[in-house]
Write a protein that binds this ligand. Structure first.
Ligand SMILES: C[S@@+](CC[C@H](N)C(=O)[O-])C[C@H]1O[C@@H](n2cnc3c(N)ncnc32)[C@H](O)[C@@H]1O
Length: 412
C-alpha cells in the first residue's frame, strides 16, 4: 500500500499522530505538524510533541502565520486535526458575489486554506459534539457552513458522534469525527450508487469501523439539499443534525444511529497502584469536593439584579471505579465538580497525570516534563487515541480496496 503523507494541524501533544502510527499496516507518515498555544511564552504541548517525535517538520507558530507557500510545500495526502468550536458564520466579501469572508481568527478557515493549498485526498477532523447544534440561536448553522464549504471544495463528508466508552474505552467522551474524501476518489465512486442511509448504517467508514444497529433511535432522520451560496447558508440555514450523516452533491442526510456497544474498560482498569502522597487530598479539600458533588439550592443574583434560585442535583459521593470515567476536562484534578474524585483505601485522591494519559490511551508519562497542571490541561484537550487507530485502519482498508494504484495494476 502506498504511504499516506499527513499534516497534523492543532497537533497538541500528538493524539492523532500516535493513533495513526498504531494502525495495522502503518501506511501513515506524519511529515508536517503545527501546534501553537496562543499567548503562552512556554509552549508545553509543542515541546512535548517535539520531544516525543523525532521525524517530520514541526512548526510552532500561529497557523494563520504559515504562508500559502509553506502549506503547498508540505505536499500531503491527508490533513488531520482537532480544532476549536467557534463561530463559522460568513459574510460576502467586498467583491460581492465573487467570494466570502469568514470571521478573522476562526481556525476552521485556516484548515480551508490548507486544503486549498494542498488538495489532500483525505481529511480527518475532530470537534466537540456541540458543533452540530451551534449556535443556539440558529441551530446547525456552523456545521452547515462547514459541510457546505468542504463539499464546494470537492469533498464528500461523513461524520459520526462517537462516545469512546461505547466502543470499549475507559472514558465517556463524546466527540464528532469528520471524514472527508475527494469526490472523484475511487472510494467516493465505489459508494456512489449506495443510498445515503445505507452508507450511514452499513457501508461507510464509520459504519464499518463503529457498527450501529439497523434501526434508528426514535426513527430520527432528516435530509436537506443545500444551495451553492455559502453566505446564504450562513444567513438562513438552520437544521437538526443527528449523530451520523453524510453530504455529497450538496445533499445532507443525517440519522440518529444506535451504537452496537462493546464492553467498556472501567476507571478501575486504568488506576495506578501505590500512588504518591501528593495526589491524596487534605481534609479541607475532601470537604470541598463533598460539598461540590452534593445537591444544592442557592440564591443567586443575575447581572441585571434579578434574584433567582440555582439548583444542582447531587452526584455519587465519589467516582465509581466499576464504570468508565466521566469526560476529562482541561481543569482535571483541580477542586471542581468535574474533576474525578477517587476513593483509594480509606482516603481520597485525584487522578494522577499517568491515569489522565491512560484515560485517553496515551503511553504512560507521555507528557512528563511539564508542570502537572499542564499535563492535565493537555489531556483535557486531547482525544481518545484508539478511536483514531480504528479510523486509520478503515482508511487503510479503503486504500487497499479502492486505491487508484490497484485499479491501474488490474489493467495489466
Ligand atoms: C483541541 S486541541 C487538539 C489536541 C490534540 N488533538 C491532541 O491530541 O493533543 C487544539 C490545539 O490547537 C492549538 N491551537 C490553538 N490556536 C492555535 C493557532 N492559532 N495555531 C496553531 N495551534 C493552535 C491549541 O494549543 C491546542 O493544543
Amino acid at each position: 500500500m502506498k504511504t499516506i503523507k499527513v499534516a497534523e494541524l492543532f497537533a497538541g501533544v500528538g493524539g492523532f499522530r500516535i493513533g495513526l502510527e498504531n494502525t495495522e499496516n502503518k501506511i501513515f507518515d506524519i511529515t508536517w505538524a503545527n501546534q501553537w498555544e496562543p499567548s503562552r511564552k512556554v509552549q508545553h504541548a509543542f515541546d512535548c510533541y517535539n520531544r516525543n517525535f523525532t521525524t517530520g517538520e514541526h512548526s510552532n507558530v500561529d497557523i494563520a502565520e504559515v504562508s500559502d507557500e509553506e502549506m503547498k510545500n508540505t505536499n500531503v495526502d491527508m490533513i488531520v486535526g482537532g480544532f476549536p468550536c467557534q463561530d463559522y458564520s460568513v459574510a460576502r466579501s467586498l467583491n460581492g458575489e465573487l467570494g466570502m469572508r469568514g470571521k478573522k481568527g476562526v481556525l476552521f478557515w485556516e484548515i480551508v486554506r490548507f486544503i486549498q493549498n494542498t488538495r489532500p485526498k483525505y481529511l480527518l477532523l475532530e470537534n466537540v459534539d456541540r458543533l452540530l447544534k451551534s449556535p443556539s440561536k440558529q441551530r446547525g448553522r456552523d456545521f452547515g457552513v462547514m459541510l457546505s464549504t468542504l463539499n464546494e471544495l470537492g469533498y464528500d463528508v461523513e461524520w459520526r458522534v462517537i462516545n469512546a466508552a461505547e466502543y470499549g474505552n475507559a472514558q465517556k467522551r463524546r466527540r464528532v469525527f469528520i471524514f472527508g474524501y475527494l469526490n472523484n476518489s475511487n472510494y467516493a465512486k465505489s459508494i456512489k450508487n449506495i443510498s445515503n442511509k445505507e452508507v450511514v448504517l452499513k457501508s461507510g467508514l464509520f459504519a464499518s469501523g463503529f457498527p450501529v444497529l439497523e434501526e434508528l433511535y426514535k426513527d430520527r432522520e432528516n435530509e436537506v439539499q443545500l444551495g451553492h451560496d455559502t453566505v446564504n447558508i450562513s444567513d438562513h440555514f438552520s437544521f437538526n443534525f443527528h449523530t451520523s450523516g453524510i453530504i455529497r452533491d450538496g445533499h445532507i442526510y443525517t440519522a440518529h444511529t444506535i451504537p452496537i456497544e462493546e464492553t467498556p474498560k472501567t476507571l478501575g482498569d486504568i488506576l495506578e497502584n501505590n500512588v504518591s502522597e501528593e495526589y491524596f487530598l487534605s481534609e479541607e479539600k475532601i470537604e470541598k469536593f463533598k460539598y461540590l458533588r452534593g445537591p444544592k439550592k442557592l440564591k443567586r443574583t443575575s447581572a441585571t439584579g434579578h434574584e433567582y434560585q440555582y439548583s444542582e442535583g447531587g452526584m455519587s459521593p465519589y467516582d465509581d471505579i466499576n464504570k468508565p470515567a466521566r469526560t476529562m476536562l482541561t481543569s482535571e484534578s483541580s477542586v471542581n465538580r468535574s474533576s474525578h474524585f477517587i476513593k483509594d483505601g480509606d482516603n481520597y485522591r485525584t487522578l494522577t497525570p499517568i491515569e489522565a494519559e491512560r484515560l485517553n490511551g496515551f503511553p504512560d508519562n507521555w507528557t512528563e516534563g511539564m508542570p502537572n497542571k499542564m499535563r492535565y490541561f493537555c489531556m483535557g484537550n486531547a482525544l481518545v487515541i484508539p478511536l483514531v487507530t480504528r479510523i486509520g485502519n478503515e482508511i487503510e482498508r479503503i486504500e487497499q480496496e479502492h486505491s487508484d494504484d490497484s485499479i491501474q495494476l488490474n489493467l495489466f
